[in-house]
Design a binder for this molecule. Structure first.
Ligand SMILES: [Zn+2]
Length: 85
C-alpha cells in the first residue's frame, strides 16, 4: 500500500472509531458491541500505522511525523501524480 493511501485509510478508520465512540456514549444499549467494534478499529489503526506509514525510499517508520520529507533519509515523501488528493 502506498503512503498516501495508508494515510487516507488511517483517517477513515479514525473517523469511524470516533463515530462509534459517540454512538456508544449516546446509546447505552450499544455499549458492548460498540466497545468491541472500537477495539477492532483501534487494532486496525495500529496495524496500518505500523505496517504502512513508512518512507517509500528508506522504508523507515515515520512515527507521527507525516511531513513533506522523511525524518530519516530526508527525501521527499510525496510521490509524483498525487495532486488529486
Ligand atoms: Zn526515508
Amino acid at each position: 500500500m502506498k503512503l498516501e493511501k495508508a494515510k487516507k485509510l488511517l483517517i477513515i478508520l479514525l473517523v469511524a472509531m470516533l463515530c462509534v465512540a459517540v454512538v456508544i456514549m449516546a446509546a447505552d444499549a450499544m455499549a458492548l458491541p460498540g466497545f468491541i467494534l472500537c477495539i477492532g478499529l483501534l487494532a486496525a489503526i495500529v496495524v496500518v500505522h505500523l505496517l504502512y506509514i513508512r518512507c517509500p525510499h528508506c522504508s523507515e517508520h515515520l512515527g507521527r511525523d507525516w511531513g513533506e520529507f522523511c525524518p530519516h533519509c530526508g527525501k521527499k515523501l510525496q510521490e509524483e501524480n498525487t495532486d488529486n488528493l
